[in-house]
Design a protein around this ligand. Structure first.
Ligand code: GUN
Length: 304
């Protein structure tokens, strides 16, 4: 039986470490602070941002949410970022995505002080990460590494295959795995005979954004499979493709008209040695790593 790598218990362990870090900083008179900028009213963002602010408060960080209107301009947001960059009590600035069309997201994210870029999206942090220097790494890939380490899965010398090359997940995940001495391959939509490559993976990271894309024959028996995908399924046909005969999922689908599936087909988990479920895996680590990055930013900015 494949082992389930439980995101909830790993997230709880990280949060306990973060709370300890917050306490130690408190003894020096420092309270790490996170400001989340949430533009307009995207329903998914409301939930994410609420969870981020709530987690901050639980762990003893200062946190605030700033909510500019849907009609805000890039210039107005640039002024806001400049003010937050200058605030001594703000260690982390997170601009929740997506942003409305009229806002130039790239220009805006590039305006965040890299020392306060707790999302790790700034090109300076991407460059520092690439160069193997201390950097704020994006939360989701940082969470992937924490899952592997805290589950005792050896990374050094392992064949790690990352499927997906986004700037936010695939590329930084590959870089972090490389720094842990894995032999890393990045695959993408143009990769020839993808299954032949993924079958070589001791650690397979799926970050493609396509429901159930990784099928059983693409997984080496006993491999560790990390599923970063979060895809909402609403059609009966797709439901049956992934979950036919699964009573628990059936009940959820009947009740809500939707279920979440990762980038890995559930049958592929059966082939693995260990895997992160969806939901309940990597997704739960992202907020814990945001908290961790905020404490790290607070320390780094003060040379601690
Ligand atoms: N929207 C959904 N996930 C994220 C995230 O991790 N960071 C930001 N800034 N926006 C998001």
């Amino acid at each position: 039986m494949a082992k389930v790598l439980d995101g909830a218990s790993i997230a709880a362990a990280i949060k306990a470490d973060v709370a300890e870090g917050v306490k130690r900083l408190g003894e020096r008179g420092v309270r790490p602070g996170l400001v989340v900028v949430q533009v307009g009213h995207v329903p998914a963002s409301e939930i994410y941002v609420r969870n981020k602010v709530q987690a901050s408060e639980e762990l003893g960080l200062y946190s605030a949410r700033i909510t500019p209107p849907e009609t805000v301009t890039t210039e107005e947001l640039m002024d806001l970022i400049a003010a937050l960059n200058a605030r001594e009590d703000v260690d982390g600035i997170l601009v929740q995505l997506p942003l409305p069309k009229q806002v130039d997201a790239k220009v805006l994210l590039d305006a965040i002080d890299p020392a306060k870029d707790v999302d790790g999206f700034h090109p300076v942090n991407a460059g520092l990460l690439q160069a193997g220097r201390p950097a704020l790494a994006p939360c989701t890939p940082a969470g992937v590494i924490e899952i592997l380490k805290r589950s005792g899965i050896p990374i050094a010398g392992a064949n790690a295959v990352v499927v997906g090359r986004s700037d936010i997940v695939g590329k930084p995940a590959a870089m972090l795995l490389l720094h842990e001495n894995a032999t890393v391959t990045i695959c993408h939509s143009k990769t020839r005979d993808l299954g032949a490559v993924t079958r070589e993976a001791d650690i397979l990271v799926a970050a493609i954004g396509r429901p159930g894309f990784i099928t059983p024959e693409m997984v080496k028996p006993g491999a560790t499979v990390i599923d970063v995908g979060i895809n909402r399924i609403t059609s009966r046909e797709e439901f049956d493709r992934f979950f036919k005969g699964n009573e628990k999922r059936e009940a959820a689908f009947e009740k809500r008209g939707a279920v979440i599936v990762g980038d890995v087909h559930p049958a592929a988990f059966e082939v693995s040695g260990a895997y992160t479920p969806v939901p309940g895996g990597v997704g739960l680590l992202t907020i814990a790593m945001l908290m961790s990055n905020t404490v790290r930013a607070a320390k780094m900015r003060r040379g601690l």
